[in-house]
Design a protein around this ligand. Structure first.
Ligand SMILES: Nc1ncnc2c1ncn2[C@@H]1O[C@H](COP(=O)(O)OP(=O)(O)O)[C@@H](O)[C@H]1O
Ligand SMILES: [Mg+2]
Length: 317
């Protein structure tokens, strides 16, 4: 599966996006991508994380050439998509969000057909190797319509790799896949990455980005709101929330005391405290709350969700 003949670009960037914007021509003229700048290093597993409607697929589809950008620049493996569209397309294999499989071909036929479409000469075809890599060798001659959901996804990954591109792009590769199968898919992606393939994936599962990616960008309403190594992002995500419903007003002294726990926000008769569990113990928190004069009706805690993190990250800017 080596992609040696694709020399890494001089700046070692698999993907370089500058001031990319997309406005779909619908009634609302919504901005799907708003002046995005991103770079992906050769060899990494890069996760683009964001809620539904954030613009992930739009970005992927611009890179893969199925959606036209409104403005900005995109360089794939150092190749400008405006200058050398065809060549830039050869540098990526894409697994789109929608599972489109030609049900009447066998995996073997499908991969050969696609190799042909990319003008891969018969002798250089990687059909067997790809089927083996994706754990589909024993299904090579079965009809694709008989494959399970997980097998279909693996087949689509194999299909995306027939021309041995140096970059593999996966749009929500495990959406709707159960936990066990998801982990199996992850191990396949990691294996491809070890073989030298740069992987860019979108997901709305925090866990997926956590497990797979070394670098994570968060996109929300078409804007990049975070873009950093997984390590530093996870440090930020280490956050929990306490909700306190109270009866009477909270006096200034109690409010000051609560601020020792974390950042506080009021919403009528509910109080929200965001805190870092690695910075303050639950025992200490309970003590602080106990020693205030707050007339508590109810108290609950929860882990900060991706959405909370978005709100936190965006409100800081
Ligand atoms: N073909 C399209 N025509 C018009 N609007 C679109 C089209 N595709 C996506 N959008 C809009 O662009 C925004 C981003 O969508 P999308 O890129 O699919 O987000 P995601 O993949 O993160 O869920 C959404 O508001 C969506 O409604
Ligand atoms: Mg999408």
């Amino acid at each position: 599966m080596s992609s040696n003949y694709w020399e890494p670009p001089k700046n070692n960037l698999a993907l370089e996006i500058n001031n990319l914007s997309k406005i779909y021509n619908n009634e609302d003229n919504d901005i799907a991508l708003d002046n995005i700048c991103l770079t992906v290093k050769v060899g990494s597993i890069f996760g683009l994380l964001g809620p539904n409607g954030a613009g992930k697929s739009t970005l992927i589809n611009i890179i893969s050439g199925t959606v036209f950008k409104t403005s900005g620049n995109v360089l794939i493996w150092g190749i400008d998509i405006d200058k050398k569209r065809k060549q830039s397309k050869l540098a990526v294999g894409v697994v789109p969000q929608e599972l489109n499989i030609d049900a009447f071909f066998t995996p073997n036929e499908l991969l050969n057909l696609h190799s042909g479409m990319f003008n891969v000469p018969k002798i250089a075809r990687k059909t067997d190797e790809l089927l083996r890599l994706m754990d589909l060798s024993d299904k090579a001659q079965s009809y694709s319509r008989k494959l399970s959901g997980g097998m279909r996804r693996r087949l689509l990954v194999a299909k995306a790799m027939v021309h041995t591109p140096p970059i593999l792009i996966l749009d929500e590769p495990t959406a709707g896949v159960d936990v066990e199968l998801r982990q199996k898919l992850w191990s396949h992606f990691k294996e491809l990455n070890k073989l030298g393939v740069t992987i860019i994936l979108t997901t709305h599962y925090l866990e997926e980005a956590e497990n797979l990616c070394d670098h994570i960008a968060i996109i929300n309403h078409g804007k990049i709101v975070a873009n950093e190594s997984k390590k530093s992002l996870l440090r930020k995500l280490n956050e929990k929330i306490i909700y306190i419903k109270f009866k009477n007003n909270i006096d200034k002294k109690s409010e000051q005391a609560l601020k020792k726990i974390g950042t506080i926000k009021f919403d009528s008769n509910e109080l929200q405290i965001n805190f870092k569990p690695d910075k303050i113990s639950m025992k200490k928190i309970i003590k602080i709350i106990y020693e205030t004069d707050i007339d508590i009706i109810d108290l609950s805690t929860k882990d900060a969700s991706l959405e909370d993190v978005f709100i936190n990250i965006t409100s800081k800017k």
